[in-house]
Design a protein. Structure first.
Length: 82
């Protein structure tokens, strides 16, 4: 699951209720995944997420400074859970 356009909220609650976990909770990315320059300053947040089930373990999470979108790619490496 990717661009939910919310850092916290109903969509996140629904996924959590289905026993899915936000990968960034294991390895919080050091930077925000979204920003937008306005005349009053830059807005920033982390509305992008990757959720996974219990059969997967997070190996790495990082945000890529790439692409032409206001959202930066969130890279998550998953492996089978032990």
């Amino acid at each position: 699951v990717g661009d939910l356009n919310e850092e916290y909220g109903a969509a996140m609650d629904v996924l959590g209720a289905r026993a899915l976990v936000d990968a960034a909770s294991a390895f919080p990315p050091p930077t925000r995944t979204w920003s937008w320059a306005t005349p009053l300053g830059e807005l920033r947040g982390r509305p992008d997420h990757v959720f996974h089930g219990a059969r997967w373990a997070v190996r790495a999470v990082d945000v890529r400074e790439a692409g032409g979108s206001d959202h930066r790619p969130l890279r998550v490496v998953l492996g089978r859970a032990p």
